[in-house]
Write a protein that binds this ligand. Structure first.
Ligand code: SF4
Length: 395
């Protein structure tokens, strides 16, 4: 596959001209945010954007309707959210959100800044396409199935499988060498890719990179799952403190809610499932957070139907959209038409009010289905005469 159009992924220094105004995407390696950075984002959204913060499927965030791009870059730079002007769009790194706090085989937290630093120090990698994704999975299998280009997946406390194009390459590396090997693979990709944006688009890309790395692969390969493994609610950490997983309705975090979260003064992770993890809380504080923020719309109940539904930007943000899909999806949830169990039925030319879909589902304003999660997801797509519901097996 070759591309006729240049890579146009938005960033902070290159905004996307959305139908409702300029849009900025801010990379957050590992989804990690200090409280002061979350507050800076909330204030920037309030003062320079539409007031909200959108969470993306790569654990990044977006601000819409940016009125002063220069002022935004200045503010984000002051908050350490724009550490590179040359590499800002290639810092797409997702990592297991709970790593080092509970579960997993290894602790990948230190690898996030190390990989970010190494990426930014490599001049040739400034030209990586903005769609390239790095995944750091601590062995629990939550992010290896997200379709990354270059990843590591812990197979023990100190050993990792190198994933290429989301598949196990057979190469095994110790913790200390993971960043070096990921960078070497990314450099090889740059040499091979031509106009291609993703590793899986290169014929025999995995085998060619393995050969170029000159490492003998193992025969015993891992399967890469695509689990829907959203940490929601109360999670007791190994050290006795608490992490709270919070779902965010359709990934739209109101700036005011973000300000409350920042005031808790604990580390925040934006997950690739458009949710948040607030960590290192004592029990009393965790209870107060739930008591205050649940009424503001954050979801701490893993059975909430909101967690089943994702949606593209739709109208008014996207000119291609046939309708306001987010409003239609939200109405379906609030009217009780989304349930966890049941058998979805296909249909077409449906009014929004007729749609009753069980299970995971993605609503789109056109056939492109932007932001669709991986795995078994029912598609609800706006067509000229109404919505079409397509079963997961046909997606
Ligand atoms: S799926 Fe279509 S309508 Fe939705 S954001 Fe993508 S291009 Fe726009």
């Amino acid at each position: 596959m070759t591309r006729s159009a240049p890579d146009s992924c938005p960033g902070v220094l290159r905004l996307h001209e959305a139908a409702d105004g300029p849009l900025a995407r801010i990379r957050l390696p590992g989804g990690r945010l200090r409280p002061d950075q979350l507050l800076a984002l909330a204030e920037a959204a309030r003062d320079l954007g539409d007031g909200g913060i959108e969470l993306t499927s790569r654990g990044n965030v977006q601000l819409r309707r940016i009125g002063d791009a220069g002022a935004l870059a200045d503010r984000l730079g002051a908050a350490d959210l724009l550490p590179s002007r040359t590499h800002e769009r290639v810092r797409n790194i997702v990592a297991s959100p709970l790593s080092g706090r509970l579960g997993g085989l290894a602790d990948v937290r230190d690898l996030i800044p190390r990989l970010d630093d190494a990426l930014r120090a490599a001049p040739a990698l400034a030209e990586l396409p903005g769609r390239v994704l790095f995944t750091l999975d601590d062995g629990r299998g939550d992010v290896s199935g997200l379709g990354g280009d270059f990843g590591i997946h812990a197979v023990s406390a100190d050993d990792y499988a190198l994933l290429l194009g989301g598949r196990d390459s057979g190469i095994r590396v110790p913790h200390a060498q993971t960043v070096e090997v990921l960078l070497a693979a990314a450099h090889e990709f740059q040499g091979l890719r031509g106009e291609r944006w993703r590793l899986h688009e290169i014929p025999d890309g995995l085998a060619r990179i393995v050969a170029a790395l000159g490492v003998e692969p193992a025969d015993d390969l891992l399967e890469s799952p695509a689990p829907q493994d959203i940490p929601i609610g109360w999670c007791t950490q190994d050290d006795g403190l608490v992490s709270l997983g919070a779902g965010v309705r359709l990934g739209a975090l109101p700036g005011r809610t973000a300000e409350f979260l920042a005031a808790v003064d604990r580390p925040v992770v934006v997950t690739p499932w458009r949710s948040l993890v607030l960590s290192d809380l004592d029990e009393w504080t965790a209870e107060q957070v739930v008591r205050v923020l649940a009424p503001m719309g954050l979801i701490f109940d893993a059975a909430s139907p909101w967690l089943l539904v994702t949606a593209c930007a739709g109208r008014p943000g996207c000119a291609k959209s046939r309708t306001d899909v987010r409003a239609d999806a939200a109405e379906a949830v609030t009217e009780g038409r989304i349930s966890p169990n049941g058998t979805p039925r296909p249909g077409h030319d449906l009014a929004a009010s007729e749609i009753t879909v069980p299970g995971r589902q993605h609503w789109s304003g056109c056939e492109r289905r932007c932001g669709r999660p991986r795995g078994d997801v029912t598609d609800v797509v706006a067509e000229p005469a109404g919505y079409r519901v397509t079963l997961p097996s046909r997606a």
